[in-house]
Design a protein around this ligand. Sequence first.
Ligand SMILES: NC(=O)c1ccc[n+]([C@@H]2O[C@H](COP(=O)([O-])OP(=O)(O)OC[C@H]3O[C@@H](n4cnc5c(N)ncnc54)[C@H](OP(=O)(O)O)[C@@H]3O)[C@@H](O)[C@H]2O)c1
Length: 234
Amino acid sequence: MKHKKKILITGGSRGLGLALAKRYDELGADVSVTARDASQLASALEGTNIRGIVSDISEKRSIYPLAARVVDDMGGLDILINNAGYLGVTPLRLLADTDCEDLNALWTTNVLGPFRLIKALLPTLEKSPEGLVVNISSDAAVSAYETWGGYSISKAALDHMTRLFQQEHKRTSLKFIAVDPGDMLTDMYRAAIPDADTSQLRRPEQVADELERFLSQQAFPEIRCGSQQWRELL
Ligand SMILES: NC(=O)c1ccc[n+]([C@@H]2O[C@H](COP(=O)([O-])OP(=O)(O)OC[C@H]3O[C@@H](n4cnc5c(N)ncnc54)[C@H](OP(=O)(O)O)[C@@H]3O)[C@@H](O)[C@H]2O)c1
């Protein structure tokens, strides 16, 4: 890493978000992460230089205070990683059996949260010559898996939102990318498929290491990258 990058990662108390934050911290970046559970966040960040901010990205009123805090703490921002995600009520159910309230919760966490945070931080990100917004997607955004409906819809919307933001910034240095990290052994995966054989699953630390290398590249093959696609470039 050439200079001290300023990075915000949502959902940084466990899983991929925590692993990514620790990877960037090891590389000397200035890293802030968010999560809702204050005690889990504090214990996850012990022994690191990572700044923890308790914030719920699905809550409209929490977004501007979060953005203001990030700018105050770090004096700018180079990379925003919208990683926090909601799977939906488990066991996962058919779309026809999905409550509208749950679809609404999926929408507010997986789409509106990133949208509001991007909007709130755009003026700051646009000032960075290396500005980058990474939206963490899923293969469920492109494949129609039975019972993953609400989550799939929200991730497909996040992918397309990423394409639109990129299109609208094509004359600026700010880049937008949606990345499917692929399956990983995290709480979310365990909740989705409790009886899965997880022996061959990637650990979030391994994915974080690969993803950091991919994101450090100057150019990306697509605005939305599937998990095979971006790994082939490592
Ligand atoms: N695991 C997989 O196999 C897989 C595959 C494809 C894509 N993904 C995507 O990868 C991303 C990370 O997934 P993961 O498996 O690492 O998830 P995870 O283990 O469930 O961790 C989720 C993190 O997000 C935080 N979070 C959840 N809702 C939040 C909210 N409303 N506001 C702020 N923070 C919130 C959680 O902390 P709190 O609960 O304390 O808020 C936690 O730190 C997600 O976008 C997911 O959709 C995962």
